[in-house]
Design a binder for this molecule. Structure first.
Ligand SMILES: Nc1ncnc2c1ncn2[C@@H]1O[C@H](COP(=O)(O)OP(=O)(O)OP(=O)(O)O)[C@@H](O)[C@H]1O
Ligand SMILES: [Mg+2]
Length: 254
């Protein structure tokens, strides 16, 4: 069934999620709830488990314990394609675009993969490219894109699936200040423009503090805190864990 025909879920939940890779416990009893209309930040040091949690929420990684729910519907046993069709989309830490397809084709393929009709996928792709300011590059193949454009197209591709929830893995990485400012405006506008919730993984604290209503902090695969940006910035345990002993007091300040 096309993603558009199903009632739009209000919330996405991870409940008590464990993931182990051999001896490494990547996630231990992690629970998180994302509401439609909200931008939630997901932060933590390298290796904290952020991408692994996104992999679980999007069906790329089966948890060894715990579950993922859309509203009160468990998605247990469902694969990535089923999660996409249920309304959960992602962008990857590395862009992963089809390099010999055009920008527009990349978006159309994503829409089709999420269960849209060809017409819906094409119209949606044009609408998003126009909105995000990438219409002029719609016909270019992705192998020649600038780094900044590649990052923006990977967000556009997630939105082309018309998701109820978009999970963005480090969309600002490698961007300069001007590109970051532009990206912040785009991410802030996503919930209203696309009627979705956003989970934003970022190491850039200006971006995180600037666009998120709530922030969930992971450390060593465990949830350390979840609160408003102001409370997270003031939390001594977060500062210690996230920034380490050598952290400057200003590092978590906008
Ligand atoms: N496929 C895998 N096989 C083995 N170990 C893995 C695998 N994926 C992740 N890990 C390990 O799980 C832990 C969490 O990794 P993850 O990539 O989720 O962290 P992250 O918070 O996204 O880090 P970063 O900020 O560097 O992207 C790390 O110790 C990592 O080495
Ligand atoms: Mg990661």
């Amino acid at each position: 069934m096309p993603a558009t025909a199903a009632p739009r879920p209000e919330s996405l939940h991870a409940q008590g999620v464990d993931v182990a890779f051999g001896g490494i416990k990547a996630l231990t009893r992690v629970s998180l709830s994302l509401q439609r209309g909200q931008v939630m930040g997901l932060i933590g040091p390298n290796g904290a488990g952020k991408t692994t949690l996104v992999n679980v929420l999007t069906g790329f990684q089966a948890p060894s314990a715990g579950r993922v729910l859309l509203d009160d519907r468990p998605l247990t046993g469902m694969k990535a394609r089923d999660h996409a069709r249920a309304g959960i989309a992602r962008s990857f830490q590395a862009a992963r675009l089809f390099r010999d397809l055009t920008v527009r084709e990349n978006l159309v393929v994503a829409g089709l993969g999420a269960g849209l009709t060809r017409r819906e996928a094409q119209d949606g792709a044009d609408d998003i490219l126009d909105w995000i300011g990438c219409a002029p590059i719609a016909g270019l193949t992705c192998d020649g894109l600038s780094y900044g454009d590649e990052r923006r197209i990977s967000i556009a591709r997630a939105m082309a699936m018309r998701p109820a929830f978009a999970l963005l893995d480090e969309p600002a990485s490698g961007m300069n200040e001007t590109e970051c400012a532009r990206l912040m405006a785009v991410i802030s506008a996503l919930p209203e423009r696309f009627d979705c919730g956003v989970l934003l993984i970022e190491h850039n604290m200006t971006v995180i503090m600037g666009v998120c209503q709530r922030i969930h902090v992971l450390d060593g695969g465990r949830s350390l805190a979840e609160d408003t940006p102001a409370e997270v910035q003031a939390d001594p345990a977060v500062r210690r864990a996230y920034l380490g002993e050598k952290a400057e007091a200003t590092d978590l300040v906008i």
